[in-house]
Design a protein. Structure first.
Length: 262
């Protein structure tokens, strides 16, 4: 475990050096994040201009959920995307060999080798949105609720990571599909709204089969002090089962990899 923590520290240090060298890129992506943040907040200002409640959620509660969503977005673009988007290229040109021969877990190397601090702003924008929503709704959030919400944000990140990694492992068969890295991130917009907004097939698919909507809904409900045990019992096993499946599927997929030396 200490070895992996040291590697994470090393990867973070390298990413910080990269961000300081390419300051213009960091500034551009910061502006992009702020722009999406402003558009999102503006949308909900319009939505709640003439109503106080939508699908049982007030403006402050929805903004609280948006804050959690921005935090999850920072994890997606800051960690997962920067690593997973390179996997098809590594498979195609054989450079994946360098990750496989290292004396470290291959899935760990593929998943966390490149950290992108350009999107760290989304994390802080998420925290700002949460604080703004708490103030707007005159909420009183207990410390235990904050700790529990943080735990479920971590569980949500595990679920999101696992499903995304399973999707990207398909690159061992379809390495020339350029849009494969975009396939799973494209569904993240469903996390912007709570589960009560969805009905029918969408609710069944994204709440019970692939419960990505719960990734943001459950931490938000915990912060509000109204957690739903039914949904918690869906997310917790889903996170660990999907992680186990991602490891199994990755090792199975490697068997179909033709290395550069073969």
């Amino acid at each position: 475990m200490k070895r992996y923590l040291k590697l994470i520290k090393l990867f973070s240090k390298y990413s910080l050096i990269h961000a300081t060298i390419y300051k213009v890129d960091f500034l551009i992506w910061s502006l992009v994040d702020v722009g999406w943040f402003a558009l999102s907040i503006f949308f909900y200002q319009i939505l709640f201009a003439n109503v106080n409640v939508v699908a049982g959620w007030t403006k402050a509660e929805i903004l609280l959920l948006q804050g959690v969503f921005f935090i999850m977005t920072s994890i997606l673009w800051g960690i997962f995307w920067n690593n997973f988007s390179q996997l098809p290229k590594k498979i195609n040109d054989g450079t994946l060999d360098f990750d496989l021969i290292k004396p470290i877990d291959s899935q760990f190397m593929i998943s966390f080798q490149h950290l992108d601090l350009d999107h760290a702003n989304s994390f802080f924008l998420g925290l700002f949105t949460i604080l703004y929503a708490v103030n707007l709704g005159h909420m009183s959030i207990k410390l235990i609720n904050i700790i529990q919400a943080a735990i479920f944000i971590l569980l949500g990140a595990i679920l999101f990571y696992s499903l995304y990694f399973i999707t990207m492992s398909m690159a061992f068969w379809f390495d020339r599909i350029e849009n494969l890295p975009w396939l799973f991130p494209s569904v993240r917009d469903f996390m912007k709204l709570p589960q009560s907004f969805y009905q029918g097939p969408l609710r069944l698919l994204f709440v019970y089969i692939f419960p990505i909507i719960l990734v943001t809904s459950i931490p938000t409900q915990i912060l509000l002090g109204i957690p739903s045990l039914n949904y918690i019992f869906v997310l917790v096993p889903a996170a660990f089962i999907s992680l186990a499946i991602s490891r199994w599927f990755f090792h199975y997929a490697i068997k179909h990899y033709s290395s550069a030396s073969s």
